[in-house]
Design a protein around this ligand. Structure first.
Ligand SMILES: Cc1cc2nc3c(=O)[nH]c(=O)nc-3n(C[C@H](O)[C@H](O)[C@H](O)COP(=O)(O)OP(=O)(O)OC[C@H]3O[C@@H](n4cnc5c(N)ncnc54)[C@H](O)[C@@H]3O)c2cc1C
Length: 409
């Protein structure tokens, strides 16, 4: 893909993208985004994690890979990316325009690729060698490779610097042994960004990052079942896994810096993908629930409904501002933590509200449309308090780095 010498106007670009999509994909069905929500019609799922059964997931994944390969070929795979790595070299507004146009078509989307495209690829862009950029960036953006984040361990989550998975140098290769945990999407990934301990000390200077082949001998991925009943993340074991030095990401001992880049991208990706956490829900669905339970006239429920919706809307507007700034080339700072905190707060708020409205129907499946289905939100929501950095840790970060408060002792 090479950048046109004179970039098209935004309107020309959107028109060409629309024509390209129309040739390949049917128009989007009247979905929740297009049509007013009608209580009782369609699926009543309100899942906050993607947890399909393995067969459904494999099917969906094949479609997602085809979609990515198609957009890559068509020149829309990495609209803002540098042309030397296959990007189109266009400003962020063009990416926004493409996303807007593609919502009009029934396309698979990039849901399984959030970690690879939102977190790992930007880290490679910032810290990778020329060879790594050439090998990994086109492969990630074209859907050939899916990536996961191998940071957390049984004894190291918030305190990431305490990880114990070891990488030991052996000539031109490194040998990695240890265990990671809570690795979202490890079971569908081809490559992982892993942080390992490469020296005993000093703390924060003894870690090194690598890109590891998830299909290499010695890598074992075991699904972990969540309380929602499904398994979206995994524990991953490394038994003397050989990684070429050419796949070391950044300098030896610089793993902490690399990890911080990925974590900043994680908060950014979470905020953008969620828009305050409830892109999955429409206000109409929530209002439908209240009406269905015959509570639309209840003064307390009405007030609480207003509060929940106000919180959702204000989180969405804040995230829209952050997204617009990012498109204009102004990446968010530590304040991005606020959008993740709003996300998990809103999940909790929603869970409490639906619990109050549904009462026992939230926990006992009567088969009635749109009632028990909400239990999946209530069971999935607590995970958002931890994933992407726990709320407490993010609040500490915001206190220190945004508000300038002293470090807690
Ligand atoms: C849905 C989900 C997906 C995830 N996906 C991934 C993934 O793909 N890759 C990956 O590497 N990890 C992943 N994680 C792990 C996630 O990053 C960790 O759960 C998180 O970093 C917290 O670590 P921990 O679970 O070990 O909890 P701990 O660090 O043990 O924290 C336990 C509690 O103590 C509190 N706490 C800890 N330290 C402090 C402090 N200094 N001040 C105040 N309170 C503190 C925390 O807020 C929390 O409430 C995922 C987690 C979830 C829930």
């Amino acid at each position: 893909m090479s950048a046109p010498s004179t970039p098209p106007s935004l309107e020309e670009f959107a028109a060409a993208a629309r024509a390209w999509l129309a040739e390949r994909y049917p128009a989007a069905p009247a979905s929740e985004g297009k049509r007013r929500f009608v209580w009782g019609e369609g699926s009543d799922e309100v899942r906050v994690f993607q947890e399909p059964d393995p067969a459904t997931e494999a099917d969906a994944l094949a479609g997602i890979r085809r979609w990515r390969a198609g957009v890559w070929e068509g020149g829309y795979g990495w609209i803002t990316g540098p042309t030397e790595y296959g990007g189109a070299g266009l400003p962020g507004a063009y990416q926004g325009a493409f996303e807007q146009v593609s919502r009009q078509f029934d396309v698979p989307g990039d849901s399984s690729l959030t970690i690879g495209l939102g977190m790992i690829a930007p880290t490679i862009v910032k810290h990778g060698t020329e060879d790594q950029k050439q090998r990994y960036l086109p492969a990630l953006y074209s859907g050939e490779k899916i990536a996961c984040q191998l940071f957390s361990e049984p004894g190291a989550g918030s305190d990431l610097a305490s990880i114990s998975t070891k990488a030991v140098r052996d000539g031109d290769v490194w040998r990695i042994s240890g265990q990671k945990v809570w690795t979202s999407g490890a079971h569908i990934s081809d490559v992982g960004e892993i942080i390992c301990r490469t020296a005993a000390e000093p703390r924060h200077k003894n870690l090194t990052a690598f890109l590891i082949d998830m299909h290499a001998p010695g890598v074992t991925v075991r699904p972990l079942r969540q309380m929602t009943g499904d398994a979206a993340f995994n524990e991953v074991f490394f038994d003397d896994v050989v990684v070429p030095d050419a796949d070391r990401l950044g300098a030896e001992g610089e793993g902490w810096t690399i990890a911080l880049t990925t974590l900043a991208n994680e908060r950014n990706a979470m905020g953008h993908s969620s828009f305050g956490g409830v892109g999955i829900l429409s206000t109409e669905r929530l209002a439908g629930l209240v009406r269905n339970q015959d509570l639309a006239g209840d003064a307390t429920v009405r007030q609480e409904f207003g509060e929940v919706v106000s919180h959702l809307r204000s989180a969405r507007y804040v995230n829209e501002v952050i997204a617009a700034q990012a498109r204009a080339g102004q990446p968010p700072g530590a304040e991005i933590g606020l959008s993740k905190i709003a996300l998990s707060d809103n999940m909790r708020r929603l869970g409490e509200f639906v619990g109050e409205v549904l009462g026992p129907e939230l926990v006992a499946d009567t088969g009635e449309w749109g009632t028990y289905a909400w239990s999946s939100l209530v069971l999935g929501a607590p995970g958002y308090r931890l994933g992407g950095g726990s709320d407490e840790v993010l609040k500490n970060t915001v206190a220190q780095r945004v508000l300038g408060l002293p470090r807690a002792t």
